[in-house]
Design a protein around this ligand. Structure first.
Ligand SMILES: Cc1cc2nc3c(=O)[nH]c(=O)nc-3n(C[C@H](O)[C@H](O)[C@H](O)COP(=O)(O)O)c2cc1C
Length: 316
């Protein structure tokens, strides 16, 4: 059985966390992941606080297992969403797009477990000192906002630099990825793109189909010059964005072009004019499956891989 410190920390069966994903990690996906023994995380993106409260309450109706909320720190509603999370007594919070340092004392006082997503050793070390419970080390293979270091290089360096449990994210889509993350010293994995391609995820079917057709080099990172680089499937919008960036467009111009595009891609299924957030692992995903199958197959495959590696050592 794959039991790790992360399972004990969050009271979950398997060391698999579903990344909080703006627009698509709604109560449907989150409750399915938690019911299947992982940890579901509601993605709040730039959503309004009332929507977040509703999603928390719906998730509670559909599962009695632990789940969390992801707070995108650049959201104009971040402060209000923190209030909602505290009022609704959510037990786990993850954060994206920034340094949650100033909020940590409030979460700790309320007994909320905090697990920020980081892309560097320096931020991991600073946040451990600030009192967080665990760290997600996210490599640049991942879907959505990305840093500059790969999962393979980042995870062991973060593991060696902090005492708290580390969760690996970015590029993990099956049991081989889970086993590899554990080999790097992680206590679990955070998975995004693979869970978008589940029956329970409310993302638009056209976007899911496009993810299934993706290959290893189908994604591209745009927005480096805006300070908010996003990994997406290549399409007309990413080409337009890249051309404008190369031509030296201002941050305001690029922000204007990007406005509303994630919703258009993920929820309206606009394949050419929307942002189709995706990790590089999309090329590995060939089937839309129920969440329970994704999790159970991932765990079973990881156990097989780990056993095979042991055989390799004994020459069996
Ligand atoms: C569609 C999509 C939306 C995402 N939105 C967020 C978000 O709002 N906040 C956040 O911290 N991470 C977000 N992420 C990152 C995921 O939570 C997760 O860390 C990442 O997808 C892991 O890499 P993978 O896609 O290779 O599995 C998003 C990822 C995707 C694919």
């Amino acid at each position: 059985m794959l039991k790790t410190a992360i399972c004990d920390l969050f009271g979950i069966e398997y060391p698999i966390i579903q990344g909080g994903m703006a627009h698509v990690a709604t109560a449907e996906l989150v409750s399915a992941v938690s019911n299947a023994g992982g940890l579901g995380i509601i993605g709040t993106g730039r959503a309004e606080p009332d929507w977040v409260r509703e999603q928390i309450r719906l998730t509670r109706q559909w599962t009695n297992k632990p789940f969390g909320v992801n707070i995108l720190l650049i959201s104009p509603f971040a402060e209000q969403i923190i209030e909602v999370v505290l009022e609704e007594k959510v037990s786990v919070v993850t954060t994206g797009a920034g340094n949650p340092g100033v909020y940590i004392p409030r979460f700790k006082q309320a007994g909320v477990k905090v697990m920020p997503v980081v892309a560097s050793v320096a931020l991991a070390v600073r946040l451990e000192r600030a009192g967080v419970d665990a760290i997600v080390a996210e490599g640049m293979e991942s879907g959505g906002e990305v840093g500059e270091t790969t999962t393979m290089a980042l995870v062991p360096q973060v593991v060696d630099s902090v005492q708290i449990p580390v969760v690996a994210a970015g590029g993990i889509g099956d049991g081989r990825g889970l086993a590899a993350a554990l080999a790097l010293g992680a206590q679990g994995v955070q998975v995004g793109t693979r869970f978008v391609c589940s029956n329970e995820c409310t993302a638009h079917p056209r976007y899911k189909e496009k993810l299934l057709k993706a290959r290893d080099r189908s994604t591209v990172v745009t927005g480096q010059s805006t300070g908010y680089p996003l990994r997406c499937l290549q399409n007309r919008l990413t080409r337009q964005f890249s051309e404008l960036e190369k031509a030296g467009a201002s941050k305001e111009e690029l922000d204007l072009l990007g406005r509303g595009r994630v919703y258009a891609g993920l929820i309206e299924g606009n394949l050419e004019e929307g942002s189709l957030l995706s990790g590089q692992i999309a090329g590995l995903i060939n089937e839309i499956k129920p969440v329970k199958s994704i999790i159970e197959e991932m765990v079973a495959e990881a156990e097989t891989v780990i056993a095979q590696l042991k055989d390799l050592q004994t020459g069996a």
